[in-house]
Ligand binder design. Sequence first.
Ligand code: AMP
Length: 304
Amino acid sequence: MSLLVVGTVAFDAIETPFGKTDKIIGGAATYIGLAASYFTSNLKLVSVIGSDFPQESIDLMEERGIDTEGLQVKQGEKSFFWSGKYHNDMNTRDTLATELNVLEHFDPLLPESYKDSEFVMLGNLTPSVQMRVLEQLTSKPKLVVMDTMNFWMDIALDDLKEVIRKVDVLTINDEEARQLSGEYSLVKAAKIIREMGPEYLVIKKGEHGALLFHKDRTFYSPALPLEEVFDPTGAGDTFAGGFIGFLASTEDLSFDNMKRGIIYGSAMASFCVEKFGTESLIGLSREDINSRVKQFAELVHFPQ
Ligand code: AMP
């Protein structure tokens, strides 16, 4: 099953209570692609980078089976750069810098072989770029999942709402759900946001797990209690990559399978936060992932 991923491929500088990095490889599409690559090998990336981006990092994605034909390289320009600092609880962070650079004039031209993708992951990126990707598809995908963040709610709300209208699943965090809906209650917020278009809404709550809303049904996945959390950057993207990668590999869009997807996404995110940047998303095995999924099942199982 073909999975198209669009999002940022970027440099990040991260500060957590456990340490600080210089520019390291990040970006929404990087985390999504790496996470999804553990589930499907038919993975196509659409993004843009500057000539400052290291070839080894592109090679690494290709080694994981990610098709990078749709990754544009802008000679003489700089890659997207984001910098953030986490508070002591690691569940909240301040964005210190967002430098759009190559993203400012990005036109995502889809290679021919990408246009009939059956699963589409619109990772965090300029809403008008997400829309341009949808416009170029020649057949209706089986599932479109979209992620976004408060940054785009602040500067491009109308464009954002247009894209939201066209997707099946929206994933945002709790604060963003409140901002988008104007409601404090996440149950009320979910209702309002689903009326904007998506049939499914995932509200991510960081170390407190994630909620899936669909019609009058709700599912909750905790986050795995971990001994060590070094860097939550990319956890949301990794979650989304695991979620859609699992769904693309199983081709089953029932609510029960969506629940499984939420658990696989949460399992992938639990690896992500254990190391800085994308480091922990390299070299996992299917057994590692399955054993994490088992831990989730044990965590919430109780005799009735
Ligand atoms: P997450 O922690 O899941 O929200 O994802 C963090 C990743 O998103 C980082 O690697 C950043 O490079 C990327 N990112 C941060 N801000 C933006 C933005 N405004 N648009 C797209 N990607 C972003």
